[in-house]
Design a protein around this ligand. Structure first.
Ligand code: SF4
Ligand code: FES
Length: 237
């Protein structure tokens, strides 16, 4: 075995992975898509959404926070895992207000794209019809708290040029709210608004300005359903 590599069994096939990679990263490098929501590119994993759950032995664990190990046996696809993931998607839909036809992020929303992938029809849980405030007080950004799935990608990934935090949060659980440090001058910038909109997997952070400009049929996930680019050997969605 080459130094720095480990060998594991993934869905019945022996594959190689870089030592220290997460199961999600190793699977991606081997053309296997494990769905994620809170995990994002090179950000440290947060492990908040549980979309990436996989089975290792008899245990179901999150694939984004678990590093690969030599001899590990991982199952990332099964009817059981699919139903668990679908259940999480349904919970996220009923916990917020995700009215896709009127959402600016429709077609570019990872939650919506996963709902299509897992064939969500009617959620098995009752809708909570949240009535949180919508904050449009910033010059370039709208915070639609009813659509926030608490993935904390904005908190971890959008920083000022000097590395300072722009986004934070208050409270916990269902009461958690994303906050913006308005004392930092960059929080008011269009650049931060663009970054925030891009990193948010749903339509909770929306830049003020034109929307609905890409015709239906040509939006990101119309063209490449979520996960299919990994399965075809391309870049992650
Ligand atoms: S605002 Fe968006 S990126 Fe930030 S925690 Fe909520 S869903 Fe995640
Ligand atoms: S993607 Fe792994 S816990 Fe969210």
């Amino acid at each position: 075995m080459e130094q720095g590599l480990v060998e594991l069994t993934l869905n019945g096939t022996i594959v190689r992975a870089k030592d220290g990679q997460s199961i999600v990263e190793a699977a991606r490098d081997n053309g296997i898509y494990i769905p994620t929501l809170c995990d994002y590119k090179s950000l440290p994993p947060a492990g908040t959404c549980r979309m990436c759950m996989v089975k290792v032995g008899n245990r179901i664990i999150s694939g984004c926070t678990t590093p690969v190990a030599n001899g590990m046996v991982v199952e990332s696809e099964s009817p059981e895992l699919s139903d668990l993931r679908k259940g999480i998607i349904e919970m996220l839909f009923v916990e917020g207000n995700h009215m896709c036809p009127s959402c600016e992020k429709s077609g570019d929303c990872e939650l919506q794209a996963l709902a299509y992938r897992y064939r969500m029809d009617v959620p098995r849980f009752p809708f909570s019809f949240t009535n949180r405030s919508i904050d449009a007080s910033l010059p370039h950004l709208i915070l639609e708290h009813n659509r926030c799935i608490q993935c904390l990608r904005c908190v971890r990934g959008v920083k000022a040029r000097g590395g300072q935090d722009i986004f934070g949060f208050t409270d916990r659980g269902r009461e958690i709210r994303i906050t913006v440090d308005t004392t930092h001058p960059e929080s008011m910038s269009d650049e931060v608004a663009r970054k925030a909109e891009a990193i948010c997997p749903v339509g909770a952070l929306i830049r003020k300005g034109p929307h609905y400009t890409t015709p239906v049929g040509q939006r990101r996930f119309d063209l490449t359903p979520i996960g299919t680019d990994v399965e075809k050997g391309g870049e992650d969605a």
